[in-house]
Ligand binder design. Structure first.
Ligand SMILES: Cc1ncc(COP(=O)(O)O)c(C=O)c1O
Length: 383
């Protein structure tokens, strides 16, 4: 009989799969969440078991606003926050409310591959925009704006998935100015903003919600636990009203009131902050270990930018290397990664690959880099 599946990822024993862009099980905070749940349930307040307020529980939004304000170093008004069941659900809801099948949207190339899946579910036409080491290239955006009228532009501005680059402060400003000039929405997926290790990112695009053209997505998946299914959308008043009045929230009420209440306690008790500090320490060690191992073992012709935060290292191989093909050889050596084509709306980027350093510990990352280097060297000999 097949084993009963409980989690999304089931790695074969011994496999070091750099494709796993998620926290390791040992980093999932069982004890703090037990404490937070006990704290909340001992209050004899049944509101967390009722249909929730459409925008999300006001106490939670207010606590979250303070937490975010501290980390963003911006004033965050609790009324600009809408609670979601994660950034993926927020993105899906944005597509439902702000697009129709056949609409054009702009994405970065590369882009978060599962956002591309959500856009496909909504029948959207994707136009991709190139990036460099400072993020989205603004001149390329201007050129595409002369040819298309996008419903929105989707960006991961900070510690990008998969490329790890951060959109510069100047380009953030230019992007917002272009959205005002051409009236398109910016969907800023800012789930990695708080996971800064060796670089301090510019202020989040959430700081521009008053333009009425920016929606910022955040999530507890990256700073607490993905299984919570809890996140938020930050929006100005007019856009917020579109969410609050939508059918989904009218029928089911605000999203995830029970978990919101527990996480509210986790923030109030300082447990969220402790968890974030632990994650930053651990991920910093992991990122340094993987970067150093790759520098040591990989051929010089394989390039990557050392990430300042987030989960990922993006490898760029010489033209002609097909990372999708090479993946089979890698699997035989018990090492895995995600090939670049997954992150391209037109199945380009064949010579790229995404590695994540979030799941495995330092010795495993070093061993994985060694295995990967052997596969790469053998594969590249054939070119
Ligand atoms: C850029 C980006 N957005 C969204 C998500 C998914 O977030 P959530 O678990 O909140 O749906 C991820 C997770 O990998 C991600 O990298």
């Amino acid at each position: 009989m097949a084993p009963i599946q409980t989690t999304q990822l089931n790695l074969p024993p011994g496999m070091i799969d750099f494709g796993a862009g998620r926290p390791s099980p040992a980093l999932l905070p069982l004890a703090p969440l037990k404490k937070a749940t006990e704290n909340r349930l001992s209050r004899n307040d049944v509101s967390l078991l009722a249909y929730g307020a459409e925008q999300g529980d006001g106490h939670f939004r207010s606590t979250l606003a303070q937490f975010l304000g501290k980390h963003y170093q911006l004033h965050v008004d609790f009324d600009t926050l809408l609670i979601t069941t994660g950034a993926s659900q927020g993105l899906d809801l944005i597509c439902t409310l702000f697009t129709r099948p056949g609409d054009t949207i702009f994405v970065e190339e590369p882009s978060y591959f599962l956002a591309l899946r959500i856009f496909a579910d909504h029948g959207l036409d994707i136009v991709s925009l190139p990036m460099d080491e400072k993020g989205l290239i603004i001149e390329a955006l201007e050129e595409k704006l002369s040819q298309h009228t996008p419903a929105f532009l989707y960006t991961v501005p900070t510690f990008h998935n998969p490329s790890s680059v951060t959109l510069s402060a100047v380009r953030r400003e230019q992007l917002v100015q272009l959205s005002q000039k051409h009236s398109f929405l910016i969907i800023a997926d800012e789930v990695y903003h708080l996971l800064a290790y060796t670089a301090t990112p510019p202020p989040p695009l959430a700081g521009y919600i008053d333009t009425g053209l920016v929606l910022s997505l955040g999530s507890f998946s990256k700073i607490m636990a993905p299984g919570l299914r809890l996140g938020w959308i930050q929006a100005g008043r007019k856009l917020m009203n579109r969410f609050i009045g939508c059918g989904l929230l009218d029928s089911g009420g605000g999203l995830n009131p029970f978990t919101s209440a527990v996480v509210c306690s986790a923030i109030e008790l300082g447990l969220q902050q402790t968890q974030l500090t632990t994650l930053i320490t651990t991920y910093t060690e992991r990122k340094v270990a993987l970067s150093n191992a790759l520098k040591e073992y990989l051929p010089d012709t394989v390039r990557f930018i050392e990430p300042g935060g987030g989960f990922f290292i993006w490898l760029v191989f010489p033209e002609g290397v097909d990372t999708e093909q090479m993946r089979f050889e890698a699997r035989r050596k018990n090492v895995g990664y995600l090939p670049g084509v997954k992150f391209s709306s037109g199945r380009k980027l064949k010579n790229c690959a995404r590695l994540s350093f979030s799941y495995f510990d330092v010795p495993q990352l070093e061993e994985g880099a060694r295995r990967l280097a052997l596969v790469i060297k053998k594969h590249m000999k054939g070119h």
